[in-house]
Design a binder for this molecule. Structure first.
Ligand code: GCW
Length: 661
């Protein structure tokens, strides 16, 4: 039985803005391809539901809406312009995808009940590649999935049905143009996705995606030539292996319309890779790049490579250093159609991390920022945690790699080094739950990631408001209250979980809930090093030396505890509990205070939500309420475990005498 699904932010409710109806009598396009057709279809459907009017196809002269391909208008294939004058609306682009994005922008305006008169908007997407990575397995489970099972796979089959299209609509409506459907950990039958076995389904899927301007990508198993091709090795320098991949690529590009390329996790967490053959990651990636190059394909190669067999006793080895250590020496050695995919921080999607020093380090290699909207370490979609403020901070971070245009956003949009193969990707938070994202408010992260990738000038508040208007309507009370919850949520989560950038402190394996020492004596390189005097990892030059991986100005800033931004203090330094922070509070008092505050804020968010009872649909109200009630009590659990742990270590009482156990 297919599970039901909702339309998320594309569930159009009747607009009260009757003035707009006049603009939507008929539509004309000079686009002849499938994406232009999609644009017309989307507009007609939305106008019908939002304004209640039936939109005909009209001629160029007569149509009230014109979707026009204008060659050489400087907008590119994906940029668009929307102009309104004298009751006529024109959406222009050099490409059909631009028309589609323009149409979705018009629809958002209608959803937001904005007037169209005199409108003049011009947008060119910030990032060339705007991608989602799904960690979906062929058995239907999702690695780090918190919204049900996969809608791409079940019982080793590829699913192509109505939901595939519904998904493509959602993704495309916010500007996503590339999707990897299978987990980066490619094992078992997933290795066979590049074989003929699944060609019919993948062809159908890539056709649906292509209609929405989305390129399908697949994660591949580096050892596939052995597992599928019967070769004795997967050595990237072996001509037979090279030939095998060339044939595979030829085959895939012949079968799948608009196929994008491969995503590769190699030599990481037990996955095979070039190291086995004494080869570098550049040799590995380039071999695949050569195979897909004739078809304009790309290889997206992950930099999440580290030793996951570390000895916790060893204090000089530092997992945070590994990405840079492996990839910096290879700068400039990758083909043009290789993009390195770099997680935002040097560890792993913690609630607070510094930006990976590979951004601003690499100068001659295409790079792409990887963030995670699946909330693996930020409440697993049971806690509300609006992550856009974090992503925005990462994008705005000044790497100091040159005098200007040195922010992460400049790098991943190609501005800094003139690259065109670059962009931003999120590990997706979807599943086959009715509302797609488990927590209804987690959809703000999916919507918001897409919108930010398309337009990095948008503020996180604007994005939240757009999402709320599209999802819940324009009622000022709803807008204000849900915005407030979203904007409170990341800071609150940070307060009641791990302090000042230290990270982890979660239950091993499934990564949910507090366990301060959960990873402390484990092999994963994730330690807080707390003792009775202090806490934190010394990553200064006197410690592991990680801070030295940054450009000079940043290295100096992080390297000294006095200049290190306080939110990252424990990431970079081992600090005594009685150290005074800029607020005048001691470190231990800061830990106690933020944990009490954070738990109160979780309760406050619940109260705000409860006050919306009559304002949002009852099913949504109840789903969110249930999760937020859990969040409020789980935040108390976090508060009490963390505070108690540090009280017992330090034996320093809370100045305010609150209950610590
Ligand atoms: O954070 C870790 C996750 C793994 C994941 C890995 C990765 C897909 O716990 O589940 O594997 O990151 O990014 O490859």
């Amino acid at each position: 039985m297919e599970k039901k699904y909702e339309k998320a932010w594309l569930s159009y409710r009747r607009s009260r803005n009757a003035e707009n109806t006049g603009h939507f009598g008929s539509v004309f396009t000079n686009g002849t391809g499938v994406v232009a057709e999609t644009a017309v279809w989307e507009l007609q459907g939305a106008v019908k539901e939002l304004l209640g009017c039936h939109m005909e196809r009209g001629s160029w002269e007569a149509a009230s809406v014109r979707l026009i391909l204008e060659p050489d208008c400087g907008l590119g294939e994906e940029g668009y312009e929307i102009r309104e004058s004298a009751g006529r609306l024109t959406v222009a682009s050099e490409g059909e995808r631009g028309l589609l994005y323009g149409v979705f922008a018009c629809i958002r305006l209608l959803q937001g009940e904005k007037p169209l008169e005199g409108l003049s908007v011009r947008k060119i997407p910030s990032a060339p590649l705007r991608m989602l990575n799904h960690w979906d397995n062929m058995d239907g489970s999702i690695e780090r999935g918190y919204s049900g099972d996969s809608f791409f796979f079940r019982e080793d089959k590829v699913l192509v049905d109505d939901r595939t299209r519904a998904y493509a609509r959602l993704a495309s409506s916010v500007g996503i143009n590339a999707v990897v459907i299978n987990n980066v950990n490619v094992k078992g039958s997933a290795t066979r996705l590049i074989e003929d076995d699944y060609s019919r389904e993948l062809e159908a899927m890539s056709e649906i995606f292509a209609g929405y301007g989305i390129a399908l990508y697949l994660s591949i198993n580096f050892a596939a030539p052995m597992e599928l091709g019967g070769h004795e090795s997967a050595d990237p320098c072996d001509p037979q292996v090279q030939q095998w991949w060339k044939e595979k690529a030829a085959d895939l590009y012949r079968r799948l319309p608009g196929f994008g390329g491969f995503l590769v996790k190699a030599d990481s967490e037990g996955r095979p890779g070039p190291f086995t053959y004494g080869r570098t990651h550049a040799e590995g990636a380039n071999m695949l790049a050569d195979a897909v190059a004739p078809y304009g394909g790309r290889i997206i190669w992950r930099c999440f490579v580290y030793n996951c067999q570390q000895d916790w006793r060893e204090r000089k080895i530092d997992r945070a250093k590994s990405g840079y250590d492996y990839f910096m020496p290879l700068d400039g050695k990758f083909r043009d159609n290789v993009i390195l995919q770099i997680k935002n921080g040097p560890m792993d999607f913690q609630v607070r991390e510094p930006v990976s020093p590979l951004f601003g380090g690499l100068e001659h290699t295409n790079s792409m920022l990887e963030v995670q909207i699946a909330q693996e370490y930020t409440g697993q979609q049971r806690h509300v945690c609006y992550l856009l403020p974090m992503f925005k901070q990462v994008l705005e971070f000044k790497t100091c790699c040159r005098e200007d245009h040195d922010r992460v956003r400049d790098i991943v949009t190609g501005r800094t080094f003139g690259q065109t193969n670059c962009g931003i990707v999120a590990v997706a938070n979807t599943g086959d739950d009715e509302n797609w994202t488990g927590h209804d408010l987690a959809a703000a992260n999916l919507f918001g990631f897409g919108r930010l990738s398309f337009d990095m000038d948008l503020s996180v508040e604007e994005i939240a408001e757009e999402w709320i208007a599209c999802t819940f309507g324009n009622d000022p009370e709803i807008m204000e209250k849900i915005s407030k919850i979203l904007m409170m949520s990341w800071p609150a989560y940070e307060k009641y979980t791990s302090p000042l950038g230290i990270g982890w402190m979660v239950n091993p394996g499934y990564h949910y809930g507090p366990n301060v020492d959960g990873y402390e004596y484990d092999r994963w390189g994730t330690y807080h090093r707390a003792d009775h005097k202090g806490i934190g990892v010394d990553r200064s030059p006197a410690g592991t030396g990680y801070s030295e991986q940054y450009r000079r100005l940043n290295a100096d800033m992080y390297g000294k505890r006095e200049s290190c931004p306080e939110e990252l203090l424990l990431f970079f330094h081992h600090i005594p509990y009685d150290y005074r922070l800029s607020t005048g509070k001691t470190l231990i008092q800061h830990i106690y205070d933020t944990h009490f505050e954070g738990a109160l804020e979780a309760k406050e968010m619940l109260d705000i939500w409860n006050s919306l009872e009559s304002k949002v649909p009852v099913t949504v109200f109840e789903r969110v309420q249930k999760r937020m009630e859990h969040q409020a009590s789980h935040a108390e659990e976090w508060r009490d475990q963390v505070n108690t742990y540090f009280y017992r270590k330090s034996m320093i009482p809370d100045e305010q005498g609150r209950t610590i156990y």
